[in-house]
Design a protein around this ligand. Structure first.
Ligand code: BG6
Length: 483
């Protein structure tokens, strides 16, 4: 690993949506906070014609649509920006980029490209001297569409860079509350002794989005909810909840524990799939008061791609034996909400009689990630009053914004953290090859089981919580979603 600060960050796909909405605002914010290496240059690469001046204008416009620019920061940031128009899967494109990067190759290359171009881009950039032995490659998802295609990509990237220089992004790992899960579990003595099948009844992970698929349908229709959300973000959340304490926070210590969880996931079968999973696809409806069209109308033809999935994951190990993990994610849900619910078991014996006994509910820890960050534990209390004892659940809440106020700072874009870590060479929040492949093994198993059981997506109106089967899935076990 180089001991010097990175000097060149190349963004492949610089005119794309991710670069405009996430990467450049993140880099600007890091610069504003004085966190970018002084000599760092940011070289945008895209196929369209253009030059550094035009790109700087585009970047400026993009930033201004998000925030008030500070003229001093912008002067510093824009001086870092350079541009190269070219196709990096071709030798002439690589040569143009090499000219901009200079001797010694790039420090970091962010692949914000279609994964179908990864292999060719890696080979050409290596041959053209842009990728050198020290160059770090940052890869955006999707890393493949299944285990086989992800292996092909990983092989191609592995042929030009060592694993310690490959940074596979799952932007959920850059979210503050997701990292806070590690602090919650391992910086408090309170929870860890309770974090087992003896005390926990079940876990729920919900990632609900109000937006539909819209213009992204050509990508999305090939992937669907299990490949777009479950394979990465949701399984990463599950890993952080379920993993054993790592020996320290070294990247491999954490990633070793996550991969063990992924390998403990019980595979779906033709018999279990219809009982333990539900696929859905949104039809026309209304979300947040606005009429929206059906998925099929967005795509313009019949398709069996799911925009919603709910399933019961089982982690077959000592800690979690018998504890179901109910996972659900969907587009066009009634609200945007990402949360993890740890549902504890009820008290083993109630000393309360009469009405108070009926008041008793089991403790529940809700870790809300979006839209607001909050950690809240429901505790039973006595209702104030002189009459017969009655109980009520009250939340013990740690709202990050309320508790930390100004000191909590502004809410950062997940990519700020991830770009900074990649610049520093810290892989803890990036996904290792074996993790990606273990996650694909599980997801391929779900997809195969659906095919074998001929499980088609069930319709659900946009603005609802998915098809009725999603409720049946959890309710037939005597439990309910935290809605
Ligand atoms: C992306 C998916 O990885 O994550 C999108 O491709 C999804 O379909 C997005 O909308 C959700 O991210 P966030 O941070 O808005 O929850």
């Amino acid at each position: 690993m180089p001991t010097t600060d990175p000097t060149t960050l190349v963004i492949l796909g610089a005119s794309g949506d991710l670069a405009r909405r996430m990467l450049l605002p993140s880099l600007y914010n890091l610069d504003a906070d004085g966190l970018l290496p002084a000599a760092l240059r940011v070289i945008g690469v895209a196929r369209g014609a253009g030059d550094a001046g035009r790109w700087r204008d585009e970047v400026r416009e993009g930033l201004e649509s998000r925030c008030d620019l500070d003229s001093e920061v912008w002067a510093r940031f824009s001086a870092r920006l350079d541009y190269c128009a070219g196709d990096v899967t071709r030798a002439d494109g690589a040569a143009c980029l090499k000219g901009a990067v200079g001797e010694g190759g790039a420090s970091l290359i962010f692949f914000s490209l279609s994964p179908s171009l990864f292999t060719a881009a890696c080979e050409t950039l290596r041959a053209g001297g842009v990728i050198e032995g020290h160059t770090r490659l940052v890869l955006e998802k999707p890393i493949g569409r299944d285990l086989e295609t992800s292996r092909t990509i990983n092989d191609a990237v592995g042929a030009v860079a060592a694993e310690r220089n490959i940074f596979r992004i799952d932007h959920y790992l850059g979210k503050e509350t997701v990292q806070n899960l590690i602090a919650l579990r391992f910086a408090n003595s309170l929870f860890e002794p309770l974090w087992t099948s003896q005390t926990i009844d079940h876990v729920q992970i919900t990632v609900a989005e109000t937006q539909g698929v819209g213009d992204r349908w050509p990508y999305y229709d090939d992937f669907g909810a299990i490949r777009d959300m479950l394979q990465n973000h949701m399984l990463q959340l599950l890993c952080l909840v379920a993993m054993e304490p790592p020996s320290d926070l070294e990247p491999d210590a954490v990633r070793n524990e996550k991969v063990k969880v992924l390998r403990s996931l019980r595979p779906f079968t033709r018999a279990s799939a219809p009982v333990e999973s539900v696929r859905g696809q949104y039809t026309a409806g209304a979300v947040e008061g606005e009429a929206v069209t059906a998925y099929l109308d967005e795509v313009g033809r019949l398709t069996r791609t799911e925009t919603f999935v709910a399933l019961t994951a089982r982690v077959d190990n000592w800690r979690w034996a018998g504890v179901p993990f109910f996972l659900r994610t969907g587009k066009r849900m009634p609200e945007r909400r990402t949360e993890i619910v740890i549902q504890f078991k009820p008290v083993p014996h109630s000393i309360f009689g009469g009405a108070a006994e009926a008041d008793l509910v089991a403790n529940r820890l809700v870790i809300a990630l979006q839209p607001d960050e909050d950690i809240s534990l429901t505790i039973m209390n006595k209702r104030p009053g002189l009459g017969d004892i009655r109980l009520q659940p009250l939340p013990l809440s740690l709202s990050l914004s309320r508790t930390l106020g100004e000191d909590g700072g502004r809410r950062r874009i997940a990519y700020e953290r991830l770009l900074l870590d990649a610049l520093r060479g810290d892989q803890t929040l990036f996904v290792r090859r074996d993790e990606v492949e273990a996650a694909w093994t599980f997801v391929d198993g779900v997809a195969d089981a659906w095919d074998e059981a001929d499980l088609a997506p069930r319709p659900y109106p946009a603005g609802s919580w998915g098809p009725p089967g999603a409720f049946a899935l959890i309710e037939r076990t005597g439990r309910a979603w935290n809605d």
